[in-house]
Design a binder for this molecule. Structure first.
Ligand SMILES: Nc1ncnc2c1ncn2[C@@H]1O[C@H](COP(=O)(O)OP(=O)(O)OP(=O)(O)O)[C@@H](O)[C@H]1O
Ligand SMILES: [Mg+2]
Length: 319
């Protein structure tokens, strides 16, 4: 059984004035010890999907309209607030783009790691353990660093401390939402490699969300491509990158500088991701797709299984 299985998830944001569909029929799974990369342009629903796994979106305005989020076989959508609190940080932990949002500015980083460890078991963590966690995430001079406040650390070090805090609770699933976007390119690769090391060591599953296809390709076993609230392609990383089946995936790959050949000009995908509530009636990508025909504009495509664990939402995927 997969650790996480999201089936046909449908989520809306509702206010007194209006109600918009944000996630519309998302299905994906993550096996134990597996990394799934989730990619797609800004605003397509990656973060709201990730936050839904432990229901971190305030309800209302969020409302789960349908589907299931099976975590170890248990449907998160049926859990009470008390049960959700038990899952957060223990079964599933998160790291985000801005370490500043998760680190407390008035506490030394060592103290924060100690607190995280304490949350998950009865006995107090020793200094040695705190230092071991800093070492584990590649922080040099951990004895000194433990006494620093977050603002004394570079962005890369802050991100490492945040990863230590997320992994120290030994989650079954680590959700990394744009974990390196704020960092420079060399540090980005180091952080991604660190996640992979920690995964090998602790056997956790990872959901890695990023705009950067090259970084995702570096460690993801499988890739899910999202567009306008839906999964449009899902498959093994190599299959998706070497033989992308959906026109949107092909466009993303063409416009990814980190994957492209340097001699090629990078065509940006023309047009923009439509806002929720303004999705095209047929295929949502049709208005931007250079291969779209009349039928594409009229009929919403189904997600087709085109191979083992391989899906695409385009009836013309062979072209
Ligand atoms: N609290 C909210 N209320 C209303 N709409 C929201 C809320 N949070 C997100 N949205 C909308 O939901 C859609 C999906 O947002 P989401 O943050 O999941 O996108 P994303 O794929 O993570 O984008 P990015 O790559 O920029 O992080 C967007 O159109 C966004 O404006
Ligand atoms: Mg996001």
């Amino acid at each position: 059984m997969d650790l996480l299985e999201i089936r046909d998830l449908r989520l809306r944001f509702e206010t007194e004035q209006d109600s918009v569909s944000i996630v519309d029929g998302v299905s994906l799974s993550i096996g134990k010890g597996e990394t799934l990369g989730l990619v797609g342009e800004s605003g397509c629903g990656k973060s709201v999907t990730a936050l839904s796994i432990t229901r971190l979106l305030p309800e209302p305005p969020a409302r789960y309209e349908g589907g299931q989020i099976l975590l170890d076989g248990q449907d998160v959508l049926t859990l009470s607030q008390a049960e959700l609190r038990r899952i957060r940080g223990r079964v599933v932990s998160y790291i985000f783009q801005e370490p500043g949002a998760s680190l407390n500015p008035v506490w030394r980083v060592g103290t924060q790691i100690r607190e995280t460890l304490r949350l998950h078991r009865p006995k107090e963590a020793t200094d040695q353990e705190v230092i071991r966690w800093l070492q584990q995430v590649g922080v040099a001079s951990p004895e000194w660093r433990a006494r620093d406040f977050p603002h004394q650390l570079s962005g890369g070090l802050q991100q490492r401390v945040m990863i230590a805090m997320a992994v120290a609770s030994r989650p079954a699933l680590l959700v990394a939402d744009e974990p390196t976007t704020a960092l420079d390119v060399t540090i980005q690769a180091q952080i991604i490699d660190l996640l992979q090391d920690l995964q090998r060591q602790y056997g956790m599953s990872i959901l890695l969300i990023s705009h950067n296809l090259g970084l995702v390709a570096r460690i993801a076993h499988r890739i899910a491509v999202m567009y306008a609230g839906q999964i449009v392609e899902l498959g093994d990383t190599r299959q998706v990158l070497d033989a992308p089946a959906h026109p949107y995936t092909r466009a993303l790959i063409r416009s990814a500088p980190e994957l492209g050949r340097p001699s090629e000009r990078l065509p940006a995908i023309p047009g923009q991701v439509p806002q929720p509530g303004q999705w095209a009636p047929g295929c949502r990508f049709a208005p931007r797709c250079d291969q779209a025909n009349d039928l594409c504009h009229r009929t919403p495509p189904e997600l087709l299984e085109i191979g083992p664990r391989r899906w695409v939402r385009c009836p013309y995927h062979e072209q």
